[in-house]
Ligand binder design. Structure first.
Ligand code: DAH
Length: 340
């Protein structure tokens, strides 16, 4: 029995030595001390041992069990320590390591300018109205006094979708949509994307416009210029002035091109204003009688003015950007410079 006991101890030690992790060690332990283990079998075999030998036999088996239990417990503890150390080494956090930097976002210059314009005009009592980007020929052209054979349709290269549907070329379409819904007095501001088959350093096939419309009794061109002066002073500089030049748009009569004195040189003439001291900023005019009639507004009772400007153009002027492509390339090195 003594040698058998030693043999079992040796065998158990060898099995424990082989175990690489606590799971394997547990399995080795079960081979000896588990319900079907070798030591348990010895205990079960007690009943076959002669009665007088039984106490001594039982004592030895118990000693064997205790030795193995102690041996496994010690190894389990060591294994646990080892595994914990390995886990810690693996999951180690170096608190002195510099953190990952998160790039700080900034509003896009077009959004900055749009927000600024909305602020300025909302301060003058304008309401925001947004029309659809896919329009019909009627809203984009016909109702704006631009019938099918009108040469002014060629001024804007249109993307047609199908049939009478097109991508709106101007936010002016919003004037009609609003006037169909709402009777004067009207003070509307309509920002949005517009689309034209046009592509060079200052034109992009998609760009943003801001449309304005005021309709009420007794509105004059003087009201338009007063409002534009206020706009130029808040948008560009305290000393900005405006100048109206005769122009042509089918939906306004008379029509004007609006210049703002160059904020870069104060009107003296520089490379930005090409030496003229003035920069063309927007188109405007008195709403054509036909447009009012098309919307069921009596032109003998009401009059109004309208204006439309390119938001990219204003952003380029305000921030001195010389290529419109910079605004759509999404290069963050460029974009992150615009913090209001
Ligand atoms: N819709 C014109 C364009 O895209 C801009 C414009 C000019 C709008 C005169 C107006 C206006 O409302 O009165 O070129």
């Amino acid at each position: 029995m003594q040698t058998e006991q030693d043999a079992i101890i040796e065998e158990a030690q060898a099995a424990a030595d082989e175990a690489q992790d606590s799971r394997a060690l547990y399995e080795a332990k079960m081979k000896f001390l588990g319900r079907t283990g070798k030591v348990t079998a010895l205990l079960k075999g007690m009943r076959d041992v002669a009665a007088e030998l039984r106490p001594a036999f039982g004592k030895r088996v118990n000693e064997l069990r205790e030795k193995l239990e102690a041996m496994f417990a010690a190894r389990e503890e060591r294994m646990k320590q080892r595994e914990l150390a390995a886990k810690f080494a693996h999951e180690q956090v170096d608190v002195t390591m510099p953190g990952r930097r998160h790039a700080k976002g900034a509003l896009h210059p077009v959004t900055l300018v749009k927000n600024r314009l909305v602020d300025i005009f909302a301060g003058m009592g304008f309401e925001i109205f947004e029309g659809p980007e896919i329009e019909t020929e009627y809203y984009n052209f016909t109702a704006l006094n631009t019938p099918a054979d009108h040469p002014a349709r060629d001024m804007q290269d249109t993307f047609y979708v199908s049939g009478e549907y097109l991508l709106r070329t101007q936010t002016s379409a919003g004037q009609i949509r609003l006037m169909e819904k709402k009777k004067p007095p009207i003070k509307m501001l309509s920002p949005g994307r517009v689309f034209r088959a046009d592509d060079d350093a200052t034109h992009s096939p998609m760009f943003h416009q801001m449309e304005g419309l005021v309709v009420d009794k007794g509105i004059t061109l003087g009201d338009l210029q007063g409002m534009l002066d206020e706009f130029a002073r808040t948008m560009f500089s305290e000393t900005s002035k405006t100048r109206l030049r005769p122009s042509y748009f089918p939906f306004t009569e008379p029509s004007v091109e609006v210049d703002v004195s160059c904020a870069a040189c104060g009107g003296k003439g520089c490379s930005l204003c090409k030496g003229t001291g003035w920069i063309e900023v927007l188109g405007a005019g008195m709403v054509n009688r036909r447009v009012l009639e098309n919307c069921g507004v009596d032109p003998d009772v009401y009059s109004g003015f309208a204006f439309g400007m390119g938001i990219e153009r204003i952003a380029m002027l305000k921030y001195g950007i010389n290529n419109i492509k910079l605004l759509t390339e999404n290069d963050t090195r460029f974009l992150e410079q615009f913090k209001d």
